[in-house]
Ligand binder design. Structure first.
Ligand SMILES: NC(=O)C1=CN([C@@H]2O[C@H](COP(=O)(O)OP(=O)(O)OC[C@H]3O[C@@H](n4cnc5c(N)ncnc54)[C@H](OP(=O)(O)O)[C@@H]3O)[C@@H](O)[C@H]2O)C=CC1
Ligand SMILES: O=C1O[C@H](COP(=O)(O)O)[C@@H](O)[C@H](O)[C@H]1O
Length: 516
């Protein structure tokens, strides 16, 4: 009886949440992890009486030195109100730093001792806190870190609480290494404790994809091979490897962006309707569509490397690593047979943009000769300036009966004025606290993703496929545009999307008519 009461007390009291940012001295921690935690704190999702944050890394610094390193990423000129400053100083007080290695008991025992002290100081029962370990670390140290957590830092599950780990991409380098990593981690933690984060799944418009597809009658009958000619999923950055050349050269653009971020978006665009919104039902459908992807053909791949990439001292002089790739995925199923999905990603290009472009087939029985105007397209811009718009043919306003391309435009900045769109990491960290794995990658999903790309990656690693040089600031190799055209994409010439003015719609129409 006494034992039961004690357990009940523990469960009732258990509210303490502890975040561990392992690799706290690194780039991701300061730019993304701590800012996301701060934003959650500011908005009241993390309560100062319940939460504590530990940074952990080998670098020998004090609590204050860590706080000073991250402070600049939590405040800026536009956001320095007295209220913000006060919240920031309260948040920084919650952070402590422990230094230790990633493969020895000492540091992790010290961490556990600190947690116990904290639990007791919060009048909670030792071992009962909810512990979230964020591995902001190179994947090479995941196995040893997970072992240390398992051996020395777990909550006592029979007393309540939980332990979860968040692991960052890249999860492995190919099918074999990813499976090996999954097995190593899987021997230490159950799948529901493992959160494989892909921050593209936390982006507002990526989260909107299933809503768009399955909550709108418009799209249900159109979303298939009968109506859609081709789909592009594009990521462009207008800067190079930016001090991360050493990391990047080991992975390349396919492992850095396409195998994870773009493939996740691809799944949401192409998968079938899940049985329900339960995370497992959604992830089941993602796995199915990945398993239906046909082997990638060499002639449907264009690789590039920007000129100057190898000037980075951390990049080998003979590097064969692509910084750009365009490739075609084809799905062998009833919905998508014959529809090319063109995935394109590149660094040091002419703009920074991520978008999905669904191009529809030509109108049959084209009495308006609108084929020459260009095809209908549905574009979902993930960033910058979230938007979705449909390019369509309309009557040109005026006395003449002529047609023109125009757009139905939902730009978030205009439609949702004053609404702050949360950062991807913020949303995903909140999911980990809530125990919602919908927007995280399941082990079998990861395996299916690597199955698609491993043969191609091995041919590139072996030097059998070579990247073409391209000018920084360009669109990438011209061959990529040729591949796109071969895949069936028809460029609309002479159309430019109109940005909205502040005029009311009536005035705008009159002005356009006047100038027409
Ligand atoms: N930076 C980014 O924008 C993004 C990063 N990621 C992923 O997040 C993870 C962390 O990335 P990032 O912060 O950039 O990485 P860093 O290179 O900055 O490494 C993070 C920390 O890990 C420790 N570390 C670095 N190299 C080693 C090593 N060889 N062995 C042991 N410890 C090491 C260092 O801490 P110390 O020496 O103090 O122990 C370092 O501060 C990676 O998996 C990366 O792929 C994912 C998306 C974006
Ligand atoms: O994971 C990564 O993503 C970033 C791009 O993220 P975004 O949210 O700014 O689009 C990329 O720069 C980096 O190379 C890659 O590792």
């Amino acid at each position: 009886m006494h034992q039961i009461t004690k357990r009940l007390q523990a469960i009732v009291k258990v509210a303490v949440r502890i975040f561990f940012v392992l690799g706290a001295s690194g780039d991701l921690a300061k730019k993304k992890t701590f800012p996301a935690l701060f934003n959650l704190f500011r908005q009241g999702f993390l309560h100062p009486d319940e939460v504590h944050i530990f940074g952990y890394a080998r670098t020998k610094i004090s609590d204050d030195e860590l706080r000073n390193r991250i402070r600049g990423y939590l405040i800026n000129d536009k956001n320095a109100s007295p209220e913000h400053v006060e919240k920031l100083s309260k948040f920084l007080e919650l952070i402590k730093y422990v230094s230790g290695s990633y493969d020895s008991e000492e540091g992790f025992r010290l961490l556990d001792k600190e947690i116990s002290e904290h639990e007791l100081s919060k009048n909670s029962v030792e071992g009962t806190s909810r512990r979230l370990f964020y591995l902001a670390l190179p994947p090479s140290v995941y196995p040893s870190v997970c072992k240390m957590i398992r051996n020395f830092c777990m909550n006592r599950s029979d007393l309540g609480g939980w332990t979860r780990i968040v692991v960052e991409k890249p999860f492995g380098k190919d099918l074999e290494s990813a499976e090996q990593l999954s097995t190593q981690i899987g021997e230490l933690f159950e799948e529901p404790q493992i959160y494989r984060i892909d921050h593209y799944l936390g982006k507002e418009l990526v989260q909107n994809l299933l809503v768009l597809r399955f909550a709108n009658r418009f799209f249900l009958p159109l979303w298939n091979r009968d109506n859609i000619d081709n789909v592009q999923i594009v990521f462009r950055e207008d800067f190079g490897t930016d001090g991360r050349g050493g990391y990047f050269d080991e992975y390349g653009i396919i492992r850095d962006i396409i195998q994870n971020h773009l493939l996740q978006v691809f799944c949401l665009v192409a998968m079938e309707k899940p049985v329900s919104l339960k995370p497992e039902h959604i992830r089941d459908e993602k796995v199915k569509v990945l398993q239906s992807v046909l082997p990638i053909k060499d002639e449907e791949v264009v690789l590039g490397q920007y000129e100057g990439y190898r000037d980075d001292p951390t990049v080998p002089d003979q590097s064969n690593t692509p910084t750009f790739a365009t490739l075609v995925l084809r799905i062998h199923n009833e919905r998508w047979e014959g529809v090319p999905f063109v995935l394109k990603a590149g660094k040091a290009l002419n703009s920074r943009k991520a978008e999905i472009r669904v191009q529809f087939k030509d109108v049959p029985g084209d009495i308006y000769k609108c084929k020459k105007q260009g095809r209908n397209e549905f574009v979902i811009r993930l960033q910058p300036s979230e938007a979705m718009y449909m390019k369509l043919t309309v009557k040109q306003p005026g006395l003449e009966m002529s047609t023109a391309q125009s757009e139905l435009d939902l730009s978030y900045v205009q439609r949702y004025q004053g609404v702050t769109i949360p950062e991807a990491y913020e949303r995903l960290i909140l999911d980990t606290i809530r125990g919602d794995q919908q927007h995280f990658v399941r082990r079998d999903e990861l395996k299916a993703a690597w199955e698609i790309f491993t043969p191609l990656l091995h041919r590139i690693d072996d030097g059998e496929m070579k990247p073409l040089p391209y000018q920084p600031g360009s669109r990438g190799p011209a061959e990529a545009d040729e591949l796109l055209a071969k895949a069936g994409y028809v460029q609309t010439h002479g159309y430019k999307k109109k940005t909205k003015t502040t005029l009311n719609p009536h005035q705008a129409t009159r002005q356009e008519c006047a100038s027409a």
